[in-house]
Each structure stands twice: as structure tokens, then as C-alpha cells.
Ligand binder design. Structure first.
Ligand SMILES: NC(=O)c1ccc[n+]([C@@H]2O[C@H](COP(=O)([O-])OP(=O)(O)OC[C@H]3O[C@@H](n4cnc5c(N)ncnc54)[C@H](O)[C@@H]3O)[C@@H](O)[C@H]2O)c1
Length: 335
């Protein structure tokens, strides 16, 4: 298969590209290498992909319609995975426009290109943050998610709505994946695990929001990649039982699916930090603070739909995942 992956210099996109290349797919990768976080780690990730003959590396912005159309026209991908986006909840309070540009304008360009140049299946990143003000746990794809608490979440929910219209109007099969706090080697420097590791090793105090009491369904990168590949291979089908009088938000009479990908095993932040301390062999100095604006207190994924449709449930415990992360971090930064 020829798969177009956007965000190939990013954390998840890079791991995904490598796995697709290893199984023999051709990968056309798009990334703009923006400086939202350290560009060097993006370049180093990308170098792992460019080492493969089946990888085509393209520098482009999703919001540049002409550039995106050109990539589709030239490379004619069979399937597309859209992971490039402005990520991060907190940054969306500081620079909301970046979310409109990459996540809304960028996404419509991907949808339009899939429509006009032909694409068997579009898989795209949504986020657990779409659950917003919902508190019924575990979070189910069958519940409505109409109360986002950050513009980041609103942009991801918008992607799901936009995808549905293209599945309905043009028969484009689309699958939206709600990722739950992904972590692991080659992770994102703006995320808690990375920041905690750097500060603990430097002997600096760490900011622990919500006094460390929120629970996150931390999901290991390999589990995420396995889930993305399984859904990519399972072209979103129409649900012939879909009832328009009682509409299920996760499926449709159009070829449209939404799945949670989370570990289905929420861990309290204080426990996550404890595991990190054990792996580093060093105690953290904790600066306990209230919950940050835009953050949700707890996340916990119901992954029944993922199990049912693609027979998969993420399984890596945080003890193993954090140990792998710390080993990579020490090696990469030579600390
Ligand atoms: N990591 C997580 O915990 C998590 C959780 C939920 C959802 N997600 C979503 O998963 C996707 C991948 O996340 P990630 O953690 O790998 O993020 P990342 O920031 O590491 O990767 C995104 C990549 O996309 C590129 N990019 C951003 N905007 C672009 C644009 N307009 N044009 C071209 N390239 C652009 C960036 O340079 C970056 O390399 C994102 O859509 C993110 O919102 C991630």
C-alpha cells in the first residue's frame, strides 16, 4: 500500500511511518517542521524514516491547499493518516489561531484532496480531550461530546464533524481516533513525562497540577501505533443498523467510525510520577498546584468498540512504558 502520513516528524507519525515501512508499505510523509517544540528532535525522528527506501519526505504546510493537492496528484496515496496538527491543550489558550490554521484549514485541505484525488480510507487523529466536561466514566464513543473545555478539543471535535460530512456526501470512508495521553520513546518535549524527566534529572522542582490527583489513561506509543494500523487496515464501514431516530455518535449510515484508543486503565498522576522516580532512581521535588484551565480532571477510555471491530486493546503497563522511555531519554540526551 502507499500510505500518506502527515506529521511524520512528530511523535506518533514518526513511529507509525516506521512501522508501515517495516511491514513493506510505501510511505509519503508530510511535515512542516514547525518550532512549537525543539526542531532538532523532529529532524532526528525524521532521519529514522528517511533511512528507508520506501519513504518520501515532503516539507509542506497542511494549510497550503496547492501544496497538499500537488502531493496527492503526484503520489496518489491509497490511504491517508492525518496526524499533523497543532497539539497541546494549554497552548490553545495562548495561540488559538494556530489551531484554526493547522487543525481546521489544514484538515479541510486533507478532506478535499481525499475527495478529489481518490482515497480508500482516511484515518485521522482526534483526542480524548473531546470528552471535555463529560464525567461519566469510562468515556464512551457512544456518548455525545458537545462540551469541549479548550479550543484544542473543539478543533478535534470539529474534525470529527467535518469527516462525517465527507463520509456522507462523497462516500469517503473515515475513521477518527481519540488518543488518550500518549507517551514513550521519542515523545513530545512539551508533555508532562518529558518535562518531569528533564527537571528531576536537573534537580529542579516539577509543577504537579490538580495536586497530582487527576487520573489519565496513559497509553504507550506501540499500543497506539498498533491501533492506528489495525484501523487503517479496516476500512470504515457504514452501519446498516444505524438509527436516525436515536443516532449513535460513533457510527453512521455513512462509512464513518470513531474509536477511543486508550489503555483502559487510568493511573493517578502521583503514581505515574512515582514510577518515573523509580526508573530514574531519583526523587522529585513536587510543586503541588490546582488544576489548569482547559484541562480535564480525569480520562478513562472505554475501548469496547476497538476490541469489537479490530480485536485490539492496548496493554502496556506504565511500569514498562516509562522504563522504556527513560532508557531512550538517557541514551538520546546522554544523561
Ligand atoms: N500525543 C498525545 O498524547 C496525543 C493525544 C491526543 C491526540 N493527539 C493528536 O495526535 C496527533 C499527533 O500528535 P503528536 O503527539 O505526534 O504531536 P507532534 O506535535 O509531535 O506531531 C505533529 C507533527 O505535525 C507537524 N505539523 C503541525 N502542524 C502542521 C501543519 N500545519 N502542516 C504540516 N505539518 C504540521 C509538526 O511539525 C509535528 O512534527 C495530533 O493530531 C495530536 O493532536 C496526540
Amino acid at each position: 500500500m502507499k500510505v500518506l502520513v502527515t506529521g511524520t516528524a512528530g511523535f506518533i507519525g514518526n513511529h507509525l511511518a516506521l512501522r508501515l515501512l517495516e511491514r513493506g508499505d510505501e510511505v509519503v510523509g508530510i511535515d512542516n517542521l514547525n518550532d512549537y517544540y525543539d526542531v532538532q528532535i523532529k529532524k532526528d525522528r525524521l532521519a529514522r524514516a528517511t533511512a528507508h527506501a520506501g519513504f518520501t519526505d515532503i516539507r509542506a504546510n497542511l494549510e497550503d491547499k496547492a501544496a497538499i493537492d500537488k502531493v496527492f496528484k503526484e503520489h496518489k496515496p491509497d490511504r491517508v493518516v492525518n496526524l499533523a496538527a497543532q497539539a497541546g491543550v494549554r497552548y490553545s489558550l495562548i495561540n488559538p489561531q494556530a489551531y484554526i490554521d493547522s487543525n481546521i484549514t489544514g484538515f479541510i485541505n486533507i478532506l478535499e484532496a481525499c475527495r478529489h484525488f481518490g482515497c480508500e480510507h482516511l484515518v485521522y487523529a482526534s483526542s480524548s480531550s473531546v470528552y471535555g466536561a463529560n464525567t461519566a466514566m469510562p468515556f464512551s464513543v457512544h456518548n455525545n461530546v458537545d462540551h469541549p473545555v479548550s479550543l484544542y478539543a473543539a478543533s478535534k471535535k470539529s474534525n470529527e464533524l467535518m469527516a462525517h460530512t465527507y463520509s456522507h456526501l462523497f462516500g469517503l470512508p473515515t475513521t477518527g481516533l481519540r488518543f488518550f495521553t500518549v507517551y514513550g520513546p521519542w515523545g513530545r518535549p512539551d508533555m508532562a513525562l518529558f518535562i518531569f524527566t528533564r527537571k528531576i534529572l536537573a534537580g529542579e522542582p516539577i509543577d504537579v497540577f490538580n495536586y497530582g490527583h487527576h487520573r489519565r489513561d496513559f497509553t504507550y506509543i506501540d499500543d497506539i501505533v498498533e491501533g492506528v494500523i489495525r484501523t487503517l487496515d479496516h476500512v470504515a464501514p457504514a452501519n446498516s443498523d444505524w438509527n436516525s431516530d436515536a443516532p449513535d455518535p460513533a457510527t453512521s449510515k455513512a462509512p464513518y467510525r470513531i474509536y477511543n484508543i486508550g489503555s483502559n486503565n487510568p493511573v493517578e498522576l502521583l503514581r505515574y510520577i512515582e514510577v518515573l522516580e523509580d526508573c530514574l532512581g531519583k526523587k522529585a521535588e513536587k510543586n503541588l498546584l490546582p488544576l489548569q484551565l482547559g484541562d480535564v480532571p480525569d480520562t478513562y477510555a472505554d475501548v469496547d468498540a476497538l476490541i469489537e471491530d479490530v480485536n485490539y486493546k492496548p496493554a502496556t503497563p506504565v511500569e514498562t512504558g516509562i522504563e522504556n522511555f527513560v532508557r531512550w531519554y538517557r541514551d538520546y540526551y546522554k544523561v
